[in-house]
Design a protein around this ligand. Sequence first.
Ligand code: LLP
Length: 411
Amino acid sequence: MAEEFWPPYGMNGGTAFYAGKAFLTTAVGQMVLQEGMGIDTASRIELAVGLSALQEVDGVEAVDRAGRLGLHGNAKTQAEIAVALAHRVGHLVLDSREEVDLAAAAVRGLREAGTYGPEETGAVMVRLTTGVHAGGHEYIATAHEDQKFGLSVTTGAAREAIDAIIAAPELSLHGLHSHIGSQIMDLAGFREAARVVLTLRHEVARDTGILAEEVDLGGGYGIAYTVADPVPPSPAQVARVLADTVRSLCTELGDSVPHVSVEPGRSVVGPSTLTLYAVTGLKRVELGEGASRLYVSVDGGMSDNIRPALYDAAYTALVANRLPDPAAGLVRSRVVGKHCESGDVVVRDVDLPADLAVGDVLAVPATGAYGRSMASNYNLFTRPGVAWVHEGEQGWLLRPETVEDLLRLEG
Ligand code: LLP
């Protein structure tokens, strides 16, 4: 993120951790590190790729390198927690009361192994459920109470975990975390969540004398997928709103301002990416009363983009291999994949040129976040490659999977 808006003006520092779940390879990790961001991971493999990016990246200070990594997850094992602690990642975000005990046990193991000194503590954060509900779809709104992530502030579960961390000689409370959902266009939810997080931070300090030094307000910034979407908030607007909110709440509470982090995923890799599909079939379906729809089949589908099937996500498509003849007119179309599912939709509604033909190429914009990263081998499709293009040059970020890659895994 460019320096003029991050860290947010007047803050006690700030860090943006790119949420690697959106799409992560070593090269992507290196790019975000070089932009000054950290990498947030949500599994041991994402963490391993993040570590590999850190080891190979040029131009990033060796000092505090692993501080640029984070580990999340609602079901971390002690071994996973131990790996994160051993590398001294900057954000180890605990998600349950049980994980507090697992982290303490992991630190004891690291002390015994000599990886940690006898007095060294594991710095951890706690994921809070703030009760704020925001986002594009119920499955991607994560801070309302009845779900698997985080510890409720309202019921006292979060406070219990925080008190257990403070009481554990192996651990130290580094910060508090909140992630309220995804594909959020209205920043009001972040203000609400920040109030809950900073109030709890204040109460903990009042009762224990420990003021958490960092607050992570999560990711979730929306992007435009189609022209019907509202204009999303810019990074500068987000930084300004978060900075103003945190600063004024801290003034109100009489607390010093924390280091503030965010975890954007989609907004980093979504807008600059697209999927290219070849048109493989055209079928006109009569809808009655003279209306019809053109079903346009392409050489991909729900295995490379599950989001329309999973979230009813809307995309659009454009002809990418030629300039369509305006005189041909437009036809109401639905772009569908090649899978054996009627829900295998790529673009539900789009007007495409009436002279569209088999062999044409369609571009579907903004597919880079949660497209390849949620891809599957359904119907034994091999997952597509991901190419980069920059100033006339190109290469693979991920090469296309082959049948041999799949057969190699057979027992
Ligand atoms: N931080 C945490 C703790 C998260 O759980 C997530 C997303 C992010 C950051 C990044 O959120 P973003 O800025 O990308 O919205 N697969 C879904 C979204 C689920 C995201 C889960 N967590 C989708 O395709 O829309």
